[in-house]
Design a protein. Structure first.
Length: 195
């Protein structure tokens, strides 16, 4: 059974930091594949800076096309909103449970807030977590330290953010080295984040 790491995010846009982490997870942990689960735009929170779902899916597809172990996923596009991770995991397990074991990839900053997640106990009972380091405030709850389902992966610390990319692209600064080439070309051609 294939072990799939689910890497959730808006990927607005996907950048080399995301790729470095996903590739590190698939090459240096027990994961066989990483799926980029693109979070849909919430109908309840319309953000001007968030590109339409299909454009973000297209950029993720472009970014991973040369990486056989990395895949784009639009599984959340068809789920009721607002959606919770626990629901996505249940949906995927129901749909693919015989072929894949689903695990969750998250930054250390998210682990610090895991106790506030909807049904986090259910997630931990049924899924492994693969955690990559992040520079962030706060402490990891005692109950998560040394937990048998939580695996810390010594991935590189990536301090690149999509917010930084959008802001500086709009300001006219060259952010091209921070994006996979195909993503840069798509973003530039579509004139995203400029106006």
């Amino acid at each position: 059974m294939k072990k799939v790491g689910l890497y959730f995010g808006t990927f607005n846009p996907i950048h080399i930091g995301h790729l470095v982490i996903a590739n590190h997870m698939v090459e240096f942990s027990e994961l066989d594949e990483v799926w980029f689960v693109i979070t849909p735009q919430s109908p309840f929170k319309v953000k001007q800076s968030l590109l339409k779902d299909n454009h973000r899916y297209q950029m993720v597809s472009e970014a991973v096309k040369d990486y056989t172990k990395l895949k784009p996923s639009k599984i959340e596009f068809g789920l009721p909103q607002p959606n919770y991770t626990v629901h996505t995991l249940a949906h995927l397990t129901e749909k693919y449970g015989n072929s894949y074991e689903f695990c969750l990839i998250m930054g250390e900053d998210n682990l610090k807030g895991l106790h506030k997640w909807k049904n986090y106990e259910v997630i931990l009972e049924n899924h492994k977590l693969f955690v990559y380091p992040r520079i962030s405030e706060g402490k990891i709850e005692h109950r998560f330290k040394g937990h048998p389902k939580i695996n810390k992966v010594n991935a590189p610390i990536m301090e690149i953010s999509s917010t930084f990319i959008r802001k500086n692209h709009k300001a006219g600064n060259n952010i091209r080295p921070l994006l996979p080439e195909a993503v840069w070309e798509y973003l530039d051609e579509m004139n995203f984040y400029r106006s």
